[in-house]
Ligand binder design. Structure first.
Ligand code: ADP
Ligand code: MG
Length: 224
């Protein structure tokens, strides 16, 4: 197996009144390509802060981060944005679909941002949406879909351009239990097909869908 990502001694704090709140404390984490890892943690434990750093959307105070061997903290903002677009697919609790665009346009978007020609982007998006069982919904707007369908569209969008890593932040948090299980089933299927998935959640049942579970407590990451 090859290494997908490695964090070593990552610390992050935020200013608060006169002091700083320490949110991540020397977090070290290695994920192999092809793994499905869950990180459950209570609200406020630092999950989203950690995801934002792994997702190249935020910097750390200390430590190092390699994504497929690349030294992420050495990159400038433009290089970071390019790396994020090329290597990472995001799935969020509230889907973050663009309400003014239909399903097909939403899924094409990451490829258009990358400069893929329109016809090619449309072909790939149609293919992905058919694989998600959404071929009958291409012209629907997000608000015309159920929560589970919206999360499928968001997952299809995250998969566009074949990112190395799928990051999911509370992906079932807005869904009822049965629909949440369906989305976790989809993640397990994607993982069997070879996708590397890192998921954070406050819910231990949701976390247990993964092949490996780590725990985040008050900014400290442990294997139990
Ligand atoms: P979780 O996702 O596990 O609920 P977060 O990573 O969002 O936790 O937040 C962890 C802690 O960091 C919380 O105490 C939160 O108040 C604090 N925090 C998060 N973002 C900021 C910020 N931009 N400025 C100040 N404090 C923040
Ligand atoms: Mg959070």
């Amino acid at each position: 197996m090859s290494e997908m990502l490695r964090l070593d001694g990552v610390c992050k704090s935020y200013p608060m009144d006169e002091e700083r709140v320490q949110v991540l404390r020397k977090v070290s984490l290695a994920v192999e390509a092809g793994e499905f890892v869950s990180i459950p943690g209570a609200s406020g434990s630092g999950k989203s802060t950690l995801m934002n750093i792994i997702g190249c959307m935020d910097s750390a105070d200390e430590g190092s981060y390699r994504l497929e061997g690349e030294d992420v903290f050495a990159l400038d903002p433009r290089q970071l944005a390019a790396l994020r677009n090329r290597k990472i697919g995001f799935i969020f609790q509230r889907y973050h679909l663009l309400p003014q665009y239909d399903v097909l346009q939403n899924v094409m978007m990451p490829l258009l941002v990358r400069g893929v020609p329109h016809g090619e982007a449309e072909r790939l998006a149609r293919e992905e949406l058919a694989a998600m069982g959404l071929q009958e919904r291409l012209k629907h707007r997000p608000n015309q879909l159920s929560g589970g369908q919206q999360q499928r569209v968001a997952t299809g969008r995250a998969l566009m351009g074949r990112p190395a890593l799928l990051l999911a932040d509370e992906p079932t948090g807005a869904l009822d239990a049965a629909t949440g299980r369906e989305i976790l089933g989809l993640f397990r299927q994607l993982n069997r097909q070879g996708h590397t998935i890192l998921q954070i959640t406050h819910d231990l049942t949701v976390a247990s869908a993964a092949g490996r579970i780590l725990h985040l407590r008050d900014g400290v990451l442990t294997s139990q």
